[in-house]
Design a protein around this ligand. Structure first.
Ligand code: 9MR
Ligand code: ZN
Length: 526
């Protein structure tokens, strides 16, 4: 296959709700106008002038932006200008419904430790995998740690990454009325919203990752090395529990405490169990005078999830315990300058602050101040970027998560303030992910005309096809894999993406890249 054609006219390839703001991004210096063509009649039904071109340093391109928000009539369209035409897209109610469902089903397909049946691609189905006990690193102790989600294109199970995913699902449930019980997972129609059933699958695994004696939580369970390109049932090397970490223990305590609030109305006993586990983890953390980061032991080379700062996870735990159980932990002790307002797997302060602001209890004023300082900064960055993203022209590994996280933060700001401007910003992050970017790539498998076909994802590689609804990592200007280094060496930062299963630093998928997209979609659906 040759290189794909990057359209010079970029839009959200999935499409728009009738009343959404709709922007077309034309890579040109001299175009004068654009028109929207109805694909059914082939007639132009909307036309407007394009403004003078602006140079965008982040993408090294001249660009002209057009607005067709006034077009609200449902239909299937393309946008045309002198420079070319866009990929097709639709305007209609419910435009994100299927995509939302697929992004949640992606999590189901990542489940470990049970028989998985994937309807869309039966080749993905497999028997229960990773059923052996794991050995605690440098000891003879073995433990049952079955369950949870495979992290990504590999089959490791990592607590900090899983905690971010669960946190996003919880917020989707709380903020977006995401209470469908018919998404098509085994627990559908059990009276509990599927999004909570899916999160519970990870939590049930989390319980097993806690050390009964100390309350500390193991950072991850993987083999010593990444697997070959095989299905999960074929990864047979011994499973190792990496050492307990403060980051994993803090993140665990936070999501367990929050789970005790969320599951209460569905299963009181389960909620109590969650709270007890959270308190036990807190006991492990509370009297330490110093929190240390996590680094891979030298003979374990799987995903490191290196985290040099654990204060944010500890703060998050304290916040959620105060909310869930009125523990009256002095939050000021934990909210240091090392706690940043973010929703990553490493920097998670944003989750703590948002929940604190919403709960409106002691400590929420300072959290609010910090939160909005960050929002202002992001807003400023978005206003300087021609595609409205907040990356400053820098694209780290998993840049699409940074975009999706910024979208979540904007949406949270909209919810707190009622200011619609933040809603627009949130939606613009979604537009970028779905095609309104310099590569005109819809970064979600199975959606849009130009989208990833060869993700670095072992089941996809074995099957030779992929399931819809997976968000890939996206451009990574550091080109952190050999393929990207070789193929993208002359590419400008924003274009450092390759749809190759060899490019694990640009084209992998993960549960915690899908989860902020899930929130963003669910909160954009109405
Ligand atoms: O998402 C992670 C990214 O932020 C890091 O830069 C990168 C290198 O440490 O690791 C990414 O996480 C990978 C994990 O370590 C193993 N499973 C696949 C993850 C996505 O590529
Ligand atoms: Zn497995």
């Amino acid at each position: 296959e040759g290189l794909p054609i990057y359209n010079k006219v970029a839009i959200n390839e999935v499409g728009y709700l009738p009343n959404d703001k709709k922007t077309v991004f034309v890579q040109s210096k001299t175009d004068t106008k654009f028109e929207v063509i109805d694909r059914e009649t082939n007639k132009s039904i909307f036309e407007d002038k394009l403004p003078e071109a602006v140079f965008d340093p982040a993408t090294d391109e001249w660009i002209q932006l057009g607005d067709f928000s006034q077009l609200t009539t449902p239909g299937s369209y393309i946008v045309k200008s002198e420079s070319g035409e866009s990929y097709p897209f639709e305007i209609t109610d419910g435009i994100y419904d299927n995509l939302y469902k697929d992004t949640v089903l992606m999590l189901y397909s990542q489940r470990c430790g049970m028989d998985v049946n994937v309807e869309s691609v039966p080749e993905f189905s497999h028997k229960a995998c990773h059923m052996d006990k794991a050995t605690v690193y440098e000891s003879d102790e073995t433990k049952d740690v079955t369950g949870g989600w495979h992290d990504a294109g590999d089959y490791g199970r990592y607590v900090v990454a899983g905690a971010k995913t669960v946190a996003d699902l919880f917020l989707t449930y709380e903020d977006c009325n995401a209470d469908s019980d018919e998404l098509g997972i085994p627990e559908s129609k059990n009276g509990i919203p599927d999004i909570l059933d899916e999160a519970k699958y990870e939590l049930d695994f989390f319980f097993k990752m806690q050390d009964e004696k100390t309350g500390g939580v193991y950072h991850k369970v993987t083999c010593a090395n990444f697997p070959e390109t095989v299905m999960p049932t074929e990864e047979k090397d011994p499973l190792i529990l990496a050492p307990i970490s403060d980051a994993a223990t803090g993140a665990f305590a936070a999501v367990m405490a929050k789970a005790s609030v969320i599951y209460k109305e569905y299963d009181e006993a389960y909620a109590t169990k969650c709270l007890e586990a959270a308190k036990k983890a807190w006991d492990y953390l509370k009297d330490k005078d110093k929190y240390s980061g996590f680094y891979n032991p030298k003979d374990i080379v799987t995903g490191e999830y290196r985290d040099g700062i654990a204060e944010d996870e500890v703060y998050w735990a304290a916040v959620e315990l105060n909310i869930a159980a009125d523990m009256k932990i002095d939050l000021s002790k934990y909210l240091t300058d090392r706690v940043s307002v973010n929703l990553g797997w490493a920097d998670i302060g944003g989750y703590a602050m948002y929940d604190l602001i919403e709960a409106d209890i002691k400590g929420s004023d300072v959290a609010k101040e910090k939160f909005f300082t960050q929002i202002d900064l992001l807003k400023d960055k978005a206003s300087k970027d021609m595609y409205n993203i907040t990356l400053d022209g820098k694209y780290p590994w998993g840049s699409n998560m940074s975009v999706a996280n910024a979208g979540m933060l904007f949406r949270m700001a909209a919810r707190i303030t009622g200011d619609k401007e933040y809603d627009v910003l949130a939606k613009e992050q979604l537009d970028y992910l779905l095609g309104a970017n310099v590569m005109s790539y819809c970064f979600v498998t199975g959606y849009g005309e130009l989208s990833p076909k060869h993700p670095h994802h072992r089941p996809s590689q074995v099957a030779g096809k992929t399931i819809p609804g997976m968000l890939v990592g996206g451009p990574n200007d550091a080109k952190e894999d050999p393929y990207a280094k070789a193929v993208l060496y002359t590419e400008q930062e924003a274009r450092c993406y390759a749809d190759s299963d060899q490019s694990f630093s640009t084209n992998e998928i993960t549960v915690y890249w899908n989860s902020p997209l899930i929130y963003l979609l669910a909160s954009s659906m109405k």
